[in-house]
Every structure is written in structure tokens, then in C-alpha cells.
Write a protein that binds this ligand. Structure first.
Ligand SMILES: [Zn+2]
Length: 285
């Protein structure tokens, strides 16, 4: 499932293709993918609007449209976005197509149909409002870990309010926005912290290591255009980060730091990869 680096890559690669374009048509054949407004009203909510910017919040793509509208796209597990000439052949997995005023089309291809689209409103303060127009759509999202304003102090303050296992916490979108299974495992390995370790047991040094590890692994993954495990592909093709993962998907292979085999456990129904030597649980006294 695409996480922050993958969605950021999609946003960066769509931006030059979409900014300044006007939406001239909207077609879809899978009404369940439309979250807001009602599917029948969706085309009227986007057609005629100009795309002003393409951005990201957490794992969601945010297309700012004219007249304070916002088109949100969650690509989820298998959604792929492309901007193509209209005569490009289209298979049965393309479930949404937006016509653009230069003749090209923004297409969403999604073999498993988990992707979701919605048009919402922005308020005067720039907040994206949700379906009932009263609740902020991203209200339950934590800070963006790569935001330059997100400091170690902020991270400490967030951590000290939380208990629970580090792996679970890192994947909680209300703690930090955009971190999922792959980069939680990678960040914990870099920080030499066990995924089942309780957040309440960290000292200041651990906190600093985890803060740096999260930011470094996300920044490096963006640099490499994301990890193409499963179906992820950005407009300019697959990413490279999958070749540079140290623990994720490497069960039984040697830890790049100590050579001992990478272990796999299941935490909250998700595969979790770690080195039992480099990431030891604190011994109980
Ligand atoms: Zn190791």
C-alpha cells in the first residue's frame, strides 16, 4: 500500500502535467469509488474547474481546484494514475477518467477497486472540509513528519502522550501522517528499536534516534521515487526504494548491520520485520 513517499512521488510527477489544466469531463463506471458528493453529482462538481495545484496530505493526494474546491484521491493498494493522450487504449481496469482542456486525460486504473475519490470544499482558512461541510477532512491526521516545522521537540511531545507498541504507534495516522507498514519497519531498524517496545520506555536518546530515522527513511524513499512492492507505480514508472530496504520483506536474509537473519512477526495483523540482535527489547529487571 502506498505510503507517504509513494504518494508524494505521484503528486510530484502529476503536478507538471496537471497544474493549469481545466477539467472538461469526468467519467466513472464504479460509483462506490466516489466518496463525496453523491456519484450522480460528482461530474458537475469537477467539470469546468481549473487544477491549481497537486499536493499530498498523509497518504492522500490533494488536487486544489478553482472556486475553493479540492479533489481528493486515495490510490490505496492498486490505484495507478496516468495522464495520457485520449487515443491511448484503455482496459477494463480503468474506472475513472478526467478529460483535460489540452486534450489529454487523467486516468485512474485500479485492478482491485479500493481507490477513492471525493470533491470537497476549502474554508477561508484553507482547511479541507469533509462530507458534512463542518468537520475538517484531515482532522484526525497527525503532523507531516517531513514538514520543516516538525521538530524533535514536537515529536517528543507527541510520543510522551502515547503508550503502546512502537510499530502500532508509527502506523497510527493520528500520531504521524503517512507512515505505513514498510517505513515503520525500516525506521525502527534504523533507530535500533524493537517493534514491540512500548513508547513509554524510550529515553531522550531513543526519541532522537527514532525522529531522525523516520525522517531519513521517508526522505530517502522519496529520493528513490518510492518502493514498488505490490502494484505501486507513479506516472513516470516504478520506484527504486524496494532495492534499498533493510528489513521489510527480507525475512531470513542477513541483517545489513550484524548479519543475523531478519525475523518476521505479526503485529495488528501486519507483517513486521526486524533484527532481534540490533533491535532488542529492554530486559525486565
Ligand atoms: Zn542486526
Amino acid at each position: 500500500m502506498p505510503e507517504l513517499p509513494e504518494v508524494e512521488t505521484i503528486a510530484r510527477e502529476l503536478r507538471p502535467l496537471l497544474v493549469g489544466r481545466r477539467i472538461t469531463g469526468a467519467w466513472f463506471d464504479w460509483p462506490n469509488q466516489i466518496k463525496h458528493p453523491a456519484p450522480a453529482q460528482f461530474p458537475a462538481a469537477v467539470v469546468g474547474r481549473e487544477i491549481l495545484d497537486v499536493d499530498r496530505r498523509g497518504k492522500w493526494l490533494v488536487l486544489s481546484l478553482s472556486d475553493n474546491a479540492v479533489l481528493i484521491i486515495q490510490v490505496k493498494m492498486t490505484g495507478v494514475l496516468d495522464v495520457l493522450p485520449p487515443d491511448t487504449p484503455q482496459d477494463k481496469h480503468v474506472h475513472a477518467v478526467f478529460g483535460l482542456d489540452d486534450g489529454s486525460q487523467l486516468r485512474l486504473r485500479d485492478t482491485r477497486k479500493f481507490a477513492r475519490l471525493g470533491v470537497y470544499r476549502r474554508d477561508e482558512a484553507g482547511q479541507v472540509l469533509g462530507a458534512d461541510e463542518a468537520r475538517e477532512l484531515f482532522a484526525d491526521h497527525g503532523p507531516e513528519p517531513l514538514d520543516p516545522a516538525f521538530t524533535l521537540r514536537d515529536f517528543r511531545r507527541l510520543l510522551r502522550r502515547r503508550k503502546g507498541r512502537l510499530k502500532t504507534l508509527l502506523m497510527d495516522q493520528s500520531f504521524l501522517a503517512g507512515v505505513g507498514n514498510i517505513y515503520a519497519d525500516e525506521a525502527l531498524w534504523r533507530a535500533r528499536l524493537h517493534p514491540l517496545r512500548s513508547a513509554a520506555t524510550l529515553n531522550a536518546n531513543h526519541e532522537r534516534r527514532l525522529y531522525s530515522a523516520v525522517r531519513e527513511v521517508l526522505a530517502e524513499a522519496i529520493e528513490r521515487r518510492g518502493s514498488s512492492v505490490d502494484d505501486y507505480r507513479a506516472p513516470q514508472g516504478t520506484g527504486n526504494m524496494q532495492h534499498f530496504l533493510n528489513v521489510y520483506g527480507r525475512t531470513g536474509k542477513p541483517c545489513p548491520r550484524c548479519g543475523r537473519p531478519i525475523k518476521r512477526i505479526v503485529v495488528n495483523a501486519r507483517s513486521t520485520h526486524y533484527c532481534s540482535w540490533c533491535q532488542r527489547l529492554a530486559r525486565k529487571r
